[in-house]
Design a protein around this ligand. Structure first.
Ligand code: GRF
Length: 221
């Protein structure tokens, strides 16, 4: 399975995927190329260092958002991905770009979706007084963080937490969630059909849950 990653930031989720691939823990999937909207992103440096195709496209060089996305997806699709992973990609994608990905694009978002789509999810979970927080891997649709959720991981919110301590507690579990979910897709356990998600051949009605031993389980009930 060929994976293309889109990333804007430091690239720790990309690094987790590359480390898993190297360790033989990604179900045979290969990260073929990485694209970014920021030439200075850590993700591109990580991709370069790993010997992967790493390309930056500057939004300022394009007349409009659709024109940027069209050029980006020309590159993405030229890399022939079976799966496109948004790992800290901070630009909202146009509906046309989403349609060109034909259901094979996923994103990791640091909240228990449908809670707190969009910006500052950690701070919003704290402000709401939640007892727990988490991350979700979901299918990308044109609406931000609104696609069907494949899998989630939960962490406790502890007294004295601020957005930084909470994000730091969640991040390693995010990495495990992304790696385990991508491996499940690569191994064919988790399938992203054009309409419905399936787990081991049956329709997936609720997000899979990542347990402490890094296994994905169906929700109880
Ligand atoms: C992660 O928390 C991801 O879930 C969010 O942005 C952050 C990116 O981190 N959307 P990194 O660039 O993978 O280190």
């Amino acid at each position: 399975m060929r994976i293309v990653v889109l990333a804007s930031g430091r690239g720790s989720n990309l690094r987790a995927l590359l480390d898993a691939e190297q360790a033989g823990q990604l179900g045979g999937a290969h990260v073929a190329a990485v694209f970014s909207d920021r030439a200075a992103s850590g993700a591109l440096a990580i991709a370069h260092a790993a010997g992967r195709d790493a390309v930056a496209l500057a939004p300022a060089h394009f007349p409009s958002r659709p024109a940027f996305d069209a050029a980006l997806f020309d590159h993405v699709l030229a890399a022939a991905p079976d799966l496109i992973v948004c790992a800290g990609y901070m630009r909202v994608l146009c509906a046309d770009a989403v349609a060109r990905a034909r259901g094979r694009m996923i994103n990791i978002h640091p909240s228990l979706l449908p809670l707190y789509p969009g910006l500052k999810p950690h701070a919003r979970a704290l402000a709401a007084g939640d007892a727990e927080h988490g991350a979700s891997v979901h299918r990308v649709v044109p609406e931000v963080d609104a696609g069907a959720v494949l899998s989630q991981v939960r962490v406790p919110i502890l007294p004295g937490d601020d957005a930084d301590t909470l994000a730091a507690r969640l991040l390693p579990r995010e990495h495990a969630l992304l790696v385990t979910t991508v491996r499940a897709v690569a191994e064919g356990q988790l399938t992203l059909g054009p309409d419905a998600l399936a787990w081991r051949g049956n329709p997936l009605h609720a997000p899979l849950s990542l347990k402490g031993d890094d296994r994905l389980e169906e929700a109880a009930g």
